[in-house]
Write a protein that binds this ligand. Sequence first.
Ligand code: CAA
Length: 401
Amino acid sequence: MDFSLTREHDMIREMARKFADQEITPGLAERDRAHESDPDTLRKMGAAGLLGIGIPGKYDGSDTDYISLGIVCEELERGDTSARVVMSVHSGLHCLTTLQWGTPEQKMRWLPPLARGEKVGAFGLTEPDAGSDAVNIKTRAERSGDEYILNGQKTWISLADYADQFLVVAVTDPNASNKAKGMSAFIVNRHTPGFSSRAIKGKLGVRAGNTGEIFFDNVRVSAADRLGEEGDGFKVAMSALDHGRYTVAAGAVGIITACLEASVRYANDRKVGGEPIGRKQLVQQMIAKMAQGRDIGRLLYYQVGWMKNVGLRHTREVSLAKWTNCNTAFEAANDAIEIHGAYGFTDEFPVERHFRNSRGAVIYEGTREIHQLMQAEYALGYRSDRPLDRVLPTYPFGENA
Ligand code: CAA
């Protein structure tokens, strides 16, 4: 067993941290307050090569491994959740799922522009009446010759107004006795007639990021743009969540680290009775918990990254990492506010933003309750973790990628 990261991992961490400090953090408090996303973020991320992380070089990706993707997510979310969300939906949910399920022709057609950052991908599973209960989605894809006609609506879609294409899951066989086998997945271009989007306003967190709804009104999609076989849609969606949850789990460590760093700074500066509050044991207890959460969180997501690298199924492990790290990030942000006292209650310090942002991650990509149920079902033997037919290409990428 080897726990060491490579020189390349260190360089990627350094590059992503610098990017977050130089491109994400400046002006962020104002954008967050105004509920405004920076229209240049995607272009800058593309130019920095971040949108190709985890994608093989043969598709113009960075040819780095999946642990690198986690490290980038951690460092971006140390800056702000809105930047990590781009990685989650573009790289995790969209690109890695395409890499896992696409035919050689589809991968060659879709991945290079995505990896070069010329196109941005997003993901559409959740609907107004189907969130955790993903098997009960209603969006319909009806076959018509060489095409499918999509009708329906998706909600809580990150980058709804910005993404060029969406991995959408829809019902192709409404009469299937097993609903999970009556769905298919499609790549839908936003410029297809009948497609529209609308931003969701009034969010508690991720205010500097775009979230919205997408609508399909007789949207025609070529059968060549179906990802996987007809009936594979639920599996495609679940494997997308294996990738999305990984990026969220890694990103949560960035929030913990940001809260730890801010709390250490404040605890050393702020004095009570002539000594820094860092000398107070109750403050030390909260700081110790943050350091614990950061290191446990890293071990959990590094393990999942390694399982991706070697092609092992990791549905159980990624669920555990997502549940643990997102809960810990929320607790760390809550404690960081406590340490900052009344200052933590204002947006003068970033911990207030981390607190609001971390609350969302306890819900999206599988709520805390869904992950608890999954962990209990695995432990009780009610849920199987047998190897999957299709896994990501293993790393180092070879001809199989
Ligand atoms: N990869 C591939 N296939 C998988 C899989 C995976 N990770 N997990 C399950 N499958 C397959 C199973 O093998 C099974 O196929 P077979 O019958 O051929 O064996 C089939 O899919 C059905 O699997 P399950 O029986 O495990 O399905 P379930 O109904 O028990 O799943 C659930 C229940 C786990 C709660 C699932 O519905 C779930 O994860 N719900 C939460 C959905 C979620 O996280 N939504 C968030 C959407 S994204 C978002 O939040 C937006 C955003 O990011 C901004």
